[in-house]
Design a protein around this ligand. Structure first.
Ligand code: NAD
Ligand code: 89V
Length: 369
């Protein structure tokens, strides 16, 4: 593989991308890409011929590949959009890096810190941008909450809660989730932990409990994390797929923040409330709807379009995306710290991501000996 794969883009021409992985969630990527100015998906790749042909037909894309090596050998691309499940991410990101092609990679970025760090290093070494498709912080309501905090509307935050509680059947669309030994923290908690980082900054210490309520799945479906942020904020991050509520909220994340000058609440149905001494301000931060949006996924679908827009702007502007591979190491570290804390029954102190990757490689080595 050589840098010859890199596209020679003419000034102002759209970026050329290829989507790798044409499964359940990739359809949202493809719909959203159709509306993004400045980028075009010119080729598709999937190891499953049926899914590949179906996506090609449904989205009018004729250049179809059964493996990523042939795709990268045959196409001149500005980026690949990797929408496969986590076990394939490292090989695909490293392949893109060796071809000199920028990569967006779906979450969970990796199943270990060592793999995540290897991908970050491969792209940095090759000088290609890498973004993790960590889209929850790109939802309209979450962005509005973040903006209000950054504007100082409630003064300096000192406490927060970021909460996702549901009984939605995720397994019908994503059956592999029922088989994974790690479930809610790795798949969904990762988004909620990332929102906590987005709102309150990096984390110094974390303690957690996890539980499995649904006996028909392999992993945990309930998790509660207590985070001490470097900024001084203490936050509670909780998530559950075992919570039957009279009003099912999937996929809404609810937020509470207390600050020195007031409080912020993101209630159900995207009602954002800011209360200070001077009064109470309520607004509805509804997700943008597209012709292809479908309930209850609108907020997630909108965030896919938002993160893709951000990717194109980052590539064109030559700046690091907000949810870059390097940024995401810190979110992934919170996932690892949660499992570690729950297993040991102790608070986990967070080392630097480099150190964490070294430690996880070491403990994997120990387990093999
Ligand atoms: P899926 O199993 O339905 O689809 C994955 C596809 O990738 C399959 O068609 C498979 O054949 C293909 N594939 C796997 N390895 C490949 C390889 N090396 N080369 C070519 N094709 C390969 O999975 P999904 O439910 O669409 O999930 C994909 C990813 O998206 C997961 O990481 C999941 O966590 C993530 N996801 C994210 C969100 C979100 O909101 N960000 C929502 C749902 C899923
Ligand atoms: O984001 C995800 O990966 C999905 C969902 C939002 C359903 O949990 O699995």
């Amino acid at each position: 593989m050589s840098e010859a794969n890199r596209s020679e883009r003419k000034q102002g021409a759209p970026l050329k991308g290829a989507l790798i992985g044409c499964g359940f969630f990739a359809r949202n990527h493809l719909h959203a890409w159709q509306g993004i100015e400045g980028a075009e998906i010119v080729a598709l790749c999937d190891a499953d011929e049926e899914r590949l042909q179906a996506a090609g037909r449904d989205f009018g894309i004729a250049r179809l590949y059964g493996d990523a090596v042939t795709l990268l050998d045959s196409e001149r691309l500005d980026f690949v959009d990797i929408a496969t499940t986590a076990p394939s991410h490292r090989a695909l990101v490293e392949l893109a890096a060796s071809a000199g092609v920028a990569a967006i990679c779906q979450k969970p970025f990796a199943l270990s810190m060592a793999d995540a760090l290897a991908m970050v290093h491969a792209c940095e070494h090759a000088g290609v941008p890498l973004m993790v498709h960590e889209n929850f912080r790109w939802q309209a309501a979450i962005r509005a909450a973040g903006q209000a905090l950054r504007e100082g509307r409630i003064g300096r935050p000192f406490w927060g809660r970021v909460s996702f509680r549901s009984a939605f059947d995720v397994f019908s669309g994503q059956p592999y989730l029922a088989r994974n030994e790690r479930f809610i923290v790795e798949d969904l908690g990762i988004h909620v932990l990332d929102i906590a980082r987005f709102l309150f900054g990096d984390v110094a210490r974390l303690s957690a409990t996890i539980a499995r309520v649904n006996p028909q799945i392999a992993g945990e479906d309930v998790a509660t994390m207590l985070l001490s942020h470097v900024s001084g904020v203490t936050s509670v991050v909780d998530c559950s797929y075992a919570s039957r509520l009279p009003h099912e909220l999937f996929p809404q994340t609810l937020i509470e923040v207390d600050g020195a000058e007031g409080t912020l609440r993101l209630f159900a149905d995207y009602r954002l409330q800011i209360h200070t001494r001077s009064g109470t301000h309520d607004e509805i931060a509804m997700p943008q709807s597209f012709p292809w949006s479908c309930a209850p996924w609108e907020a997630i679908q909108e965030s896919v379009a938002a993160i893709q827009t951000h990717w194109v702007a980052s590539l064109n502007g030559g700046v690091e995306p907000a949810t870059s591979g390097r940024d995401n190491l810190k979110t992934l570290q919170l996932v690892e710290a949660t499992y570690e804390s729950a297993r040991r029954g102790e608070t986990t102190v967070l080392p630097s991501p480099e150190l964490a990757a070294g430690q996880s490689a070491e403990s994997a080595g120990e387990a093999l000996r």
